[in-house]
Each structure stands twice: as C-alpha cells, then as structure tokens.
Design a protein around this ligand. Structure first.
Ligand SMILES: Cc1cc2nc3c(=O)[nH]c(=O)nc-3n(C[C@H](O)[C@H](O)[C@H](O)COP(=O)(O)OP(=O)(O)OC[C@H]3O[C@@H](n4cnc5c(N)ncnc54)[C@H](O)[C@@H]3O)c2cc1C
Length: 403
C-alpha cells in the first residue's frame, strides 16, 4: 500500500524492509520485466528505492551487500548496472558542474519567457488531451514517482512532440519527484534530448508505449513523435574537483550532517554532531517531496540520537547559520567533517556558510563514489566495464573467480 511505502522509504529500518521484500519477491524478475509499467509500484518489478538512495538513507554499498547474501550476481547484474547508472550520472556531473549552472541560467530565461509556450501550461496541468501524458502528470503530482520507462516517454513527448524546452520539463520533474536529483534528472533529460550521447536521442513510439503499458492508453489517430535535432553547441570538458582534506587527529572536530547523506557513515562516537533538521528548498519543490524529505531527516536524527546519544546531537536550519557558529564556538571546534556536497543546492552553500567560521573543513567521500567517479568522465560503457571488478569483493563466495 502506498501509505506503507511512503512511511517505510523515509527511514533506514523501513527502507531495509522494502529492500528485503524486493529481493525476496521481485529482483529475479527485474532483468526481464523492469521496463514494464503496468500501473503502480506493486504491479511493477522495480524497487521503488530511489527516494532513499538519493538521500543515502541506505547506501549503494549496503544494498549490493544485502543482495549478495541472497542472489547470484549474474541473476541481478542488470539491477546493479542501474544502481551504477545513478553513480555514473553523479560522477559525470561532478566532472562538469557547469552543465548544472547553465541549466539553471537557461531555466531562468525560459521561466521568464514561458508564456509563449501555451502547451507548457497545459502540459504541467495535465490537460494536453494526450491520455498517457496527462495520466503521468497526475501520477507525478499524486505520488511524486513515475516509472523509469514512463519518465523516458514523458520527456521524449515533451521535447519532440510538444516541442517544449527540455529545461522546463526537467524543472517540472525536479519540483515534483520524491527522488529529485540534479544529476540523474538533468542528465536524463539531456540524454533523451540527444545532448548526452552525440547523435543518440530517445524517441517514444505508440507501439513501445502500448507494449510496455499493457495497452492501457488510447492515442489520437496517427500519433507519432518526430525526431529532430536539439541544438546546443556548448562543450563541457571533464575536470574532477575532489576536495579532500584529511582529518587530523590533533584537531578538536565535530561532524555536520546534511540531507544529501543521511547514512551516518562518517559519524564517530563521542564527537559533537550537528544535523540539519528540515529540508533546504531553493528550487521550489512541492509539498509532497518537501514532506518526505522532512520526514527522512527527522528519522535520521532519531536514528543518530539512538546510536550516538541524544546529548551529542544538535540541530539547525540552513536559514539560521548563527546556530552553527554557536555550536562550533561552544565546543571549541577546530575542524568540521562533512560529506562533500555534490553539484546542486549545497555545492556552494556549505563552503560559503563555513568559510568565515574559523574552522578547517574536511570533506568526506564514500568509497563507492570514489571507486566509480574516476570512470565517469566519459560514456557509461567506461564505468560499466569496472562494475564487476568493483562490486566483486562485496559478494560472499567465489562468484568472481574470473576477475
Ligand atoms: C527524464 C528522467 C528523469 C529522471 N530523474 C531522476 C531523478 O531526479 N532522480 C533519480 O533518482 N532518478 C531519476 N531518473 C532515473 C530513473 O527513472 C529513476 O532512478 C528510477 O525510475 C527510480 O525508480 P526505482 O527506484 O524503482 O528504480 P529501480 O529500477 O528499482 O532501480 C534501482 C535504483 O537504480 C537507480 N536507477 C535506476 N534507473 C536509473 C536511471 N535510468 N538513471 C539513474 N539511476 C537509475 C536509482 O537509484 C534506483 O533507485 C530519471 C530518468 C529519466 C528518464
């Protein structure tokens, strides 16, 4: 039931229940049926884990480790590839932050000029008259989720059939999706539009939608999506900016937790912990994702208090950095450890907030990201070739004898 799902997906324990259920009942069918969108999550063979993965309520490492206890690698390689697609998009954008900044600039321009796109307003109201499209709009607004294949059809119809700039579509998704993520969202929209892989764009077709939705939708006569080139001559060269700073044992340190990483992976015993208590929302996300983000943060605070003691945890909000300053001074902190923010809303907020607080900053990275991001500068294939080698050691048993 959707209420149970929405409750579970905001906590570590709940997400593990969802993962266990997926591993027990669906993962074996993922390879064959993952593209089917026959209705809600319960009818489909995908995991629904993305809102938890995108906040790192559960880490990719924990997911793969858990799967490895129950299923052979070769039976679930497709699922692991998909987990790695997210890692790849995150790494690709870390190599090219300008893609995100240009997208935000484009968006400002298109938002100021969107009146000329009459169809844009009908599209976001779900009143285009194209049954499948309007149904996906309702689904997005009601549940904050649409199946991956439907996201592809949706974006393709948006760009190539309705002829609306992809940036406005990416923004509509970002504001409504529970799993909204600057990398996966922006780069998927660019991919559909043909801007990620030269000469390759994604064109939706009636027969494909019919086949993978069980003929659920009626189409206007002669419906077809026409291929065209989306012109964007900007070139983005990769450059990775890992902001390491090794923690020194001599420093008096505290840890700062923000909503991009609720895993508590870097928390140690007996150090002061500062946690963000509500979501930071600079890009106008709607109440559905905002509520879910807030519940996820609350649950993570509770988990942290249980694990490390409630008196070690202080909470703050990004709109009130004075509280952060006071915490630093009350504890005489010389260094703040914080998960390195990825391209998006915290990328400059975290360094600029901490800049004048008279502390060193130590940026922490998950090994998972560091292992994969060095292969994320080009196409997915470069990273894909490394997946078995990297996740191999997580498998229990001699499944990787050839590696
Ligand atoms: C236009 C468009 C916009 C998208 N926007 C987002 C977004 O904002 N946030 C987001 O997390 N994903 C986004 N995706 C990717 C994908 O649609 C979702 O990750 C997936 O539908 C989530 O459902 P799931 O957890 O049931 O996926 P599963 O199929 O169960 O996959 C497991 C996990 O793998 C990752 N994953 C799966 N497919 C993809 C993919 N194609 N690209 C990247 N990661 C993937 C996700 O973390 C997902 O939770 C977008 C895709 C498209 C085409």
């Amino acid at each position: 039931m959707i209420e149970d799902y929405l409750k579970n997906i905001t906590s570590y324990t709940g997400t593990k229940i969802l993962l266990d259920d997926f591993v027990k009942n669906k993962i074996r069918f993922y390879k064959g049926y993952r593209n089917q969108d026959l209705g809600g999550l319960s009818e489909n063979y995908v995991s629904g884990l993305s809102p938890a993965i995108s906040r790192r309520i559960i880490t990719e490492y924990e997911i793969v480790k858990q799967i490895s206890k129950h299923v052979q690698y070769n039976d679930v390689d497709k699922f692991i590839d998909e987990i790695c697609w997210r890692t790849y998009w995150k790494g690709w954008l870390e190599h090219r932050p300008a893609v995100w900044h240009d997208y935000l600039d484009d968006l400002t321009y298109f938002n100021d000029n969107n009146k000329k796109y009459d169809i844009y307003h009908r599209a976001i109201d779900g009143e285009t008259g194209l049954e499948c499209f309007d149904a996906w709009v309702s689904e997005l607004k009601e549940y904050g989720y649409i199946h991956n294949h439907a996201r592809m059809w949706f974006a393709s119809i948006w760009v190539f059939y309705f002829d609306i700039p992809w940036q406005l579509g990416a923004d509509f998704f970002y504001r409504n999706l529970l799993d909204a993520d600057p990398a996966s969202n922006t780069l998927s929209w660019r991919w559909v539009s043909g801007l990620q892989t030269k000469g390759k764009r994604y064109i939706a077709s009636k027969s494909n939608i019919d086949r993978f939705t069980g003929n659920r939708f009626k189409f206007p006569e002669n419906f077809y999506v026409k291929e065209k080139e989306i012109i964007d001559s900007r070139v983005y060269e990769p450059r990775m900016n890992i902001q390491y700073q090794n923690s020194s044992p001599n420093y008096k340190k505290g840890i700062l937790i923000h909503e991009e990483d609720l895993s508590l992976s870097f928390v140690e015993k007996n150090i002061p912990i500062m946690m963000q208590y509500k979501t930071h929302n600079p890009f106008g996300q709607t109440s559905l994702p905002v509520d879910l983000a807030n519940r996820s943060i609350e649950n993570s605070i509770e988990r942290c208090k249980k694990k490390f003691g409630s008196n070690t945890v202080t909470t703050f909000d990004w709109s009130d950095p004075q509280k952060l300053r006071k915490w630093i001074s009350d504890h005489n902190l010389e260094m703040i450890e914080v998960t390195a923010p990825t391209v998006g809303k915290f990328e400059s907020l975290i360094p600029s907030t901490l800049k004048n607080m008279n502390v060193e900053i130590s940026y922490k990275y998950h090994d998972w990201d560091l292992s994969f991001w060095r292969f994320s500068d080009k196409g997915f294939f470069k990273l894909k070739k490394q997946i078995k080698k990297i996740v191999g050691p997580l498998w229990d048993g001699p499944l990787f004898s050839g590696v």
